[in-house]
Design a protein around this ligand. Sequence first.
Ligand code: ATP
Ligand code: MG
Length: 484
Amino acid sequence: MFPVPVEKVLQLLEESGFQAFVVGGAVRDILLGRAPREYDVATDARPEELLRLAQRFRLKAYPKGAAFGVISFLVDGMEIEVATFRAEVYGADAHRPEKVDFLSRLEEDLARRDFTVNAMAFDRQGQLHDPFGGREDLSRGILRAVGDPDERFREDALRPFRACRFAAEYGFQVEEGTCAAIVRARDRVAGLSVERIREELERILLSPHPARGFALLRETGLLSTRCRARTAGKEETVPVLPELARLYGVPQNPRYHAYDVWEHTMRVVELIPPDTALRWAALLHDIAKGMPGVRTLNKRGELADYRHEQVGSLMAKEILGRLRVSTTCARRVVWLIRHHMTFPPAKEANVVKWLRRLSPDFKDREELAGAVTQLLTLREADLRGGKVRPEERLAENERLRVLVADILMRVPLYPADLALSGRVVARYLGEGPQVKRVLDDLLQRVQEGSLPNEAEALEKALTGTESYKRFLVHKENGRARRRV
Ligand code: ATP
Ligand code: MG
């Protein structure tokens, strides 16, 4: 029924006279026929007893960081969290309980959990314990709070975000009363840290049904809440994502677009592969559409969004910064949005020029290749996600993909692509900034076609440069001085 390490922990606990159950997400996933992400065990053994047992049975175990009295067991390389049955008492904090009381009955422990589908347990024999009808809800695809939803969401303001995330990950429908209670608990979000919310947002982004998650976030008003952030040691509140909510109902020129900006955005997010940077880029690529200064009328008097990719990339930079998205990821997302509107025709000369113009944004060819590939993937999803008659441009995008891959293999774009290394140049010129200058100069000549990318030709060209002549003179002077 369970993996061997989990069996071992259950057996060890039972044989020592304790109760032991697999609980939470693993039960839900097993019932759905999915592989659990991890296994959590609940028991009536106290944390000290758990540590003693681990020692007696020579198992690695240690208290789990921030959680109250949760002991992590490391068995055959698998980490299993074992937690004592508990009730949580909530106080002023918007997420963390003020106090934890250890209990002796499984049912009481299940009662403190967030949703019925998460409040089930399996014993070692595979018998299901399901006091809140989680199995029924699971089979009907319904996410329902355990007990009084208002109370549950007021206790812990992360639960509303978890609700949206579970809906996105499993395609659940959030039960009506549960959904209504989320709306009423919105003011509690102000006490949640932005990092916690960002984590849930990214899990929604990467889930199989992100549009469902974001629809819920918008409908319940969660996108338009504010949360807690620390900036340079100072506490402040920051908006969650009102810019996204604003896109709802923003119309577009029907000549080119089949949907409003929100609907289009959701389609693009669902179409693009589940990579963090790509999904953020899809979510925010049209974030500036409809903004004052961006929204205008074209020559025909139809809706248009002038330079929305530029304004949008600046908005994305601000949003991702305040949500504390990793800087590497944020930088890539901003770049993708900035460049998502202008593509060259799939012709050698145009593409070479385009890649050369983009190349200084990246440290080497590999990074450039990764970014450009992502850009073409974003464009494909953008076209498929609601452009009118996209076929021609989709075909062009595919031609561009092939050409880009080919050009990246044979056209030098970085000094490192030259058939002459910096070390050889330094042998001629000495170490110093002149090495890079000369390499850049040689690269430009190779790119212009006035010099072949061959070691011999490059070395010959090098000895013809001003830098080389200056270096010879300099060396000569040095020798002359020493002779004096
Ligand atoms: P995942 O697949 O994301 O791990 P999960 O359901 O296992 O989903 P965890 O965050 O690992 O989620 O938590 C394990 C279990 O602990 C949940 O199934 C739920 O029963 C309970 N739980 C976790 N977080 C909360 C919370 N904020 N409020 C109430 N119960 C929670
Ligand atoms: Mg889990």
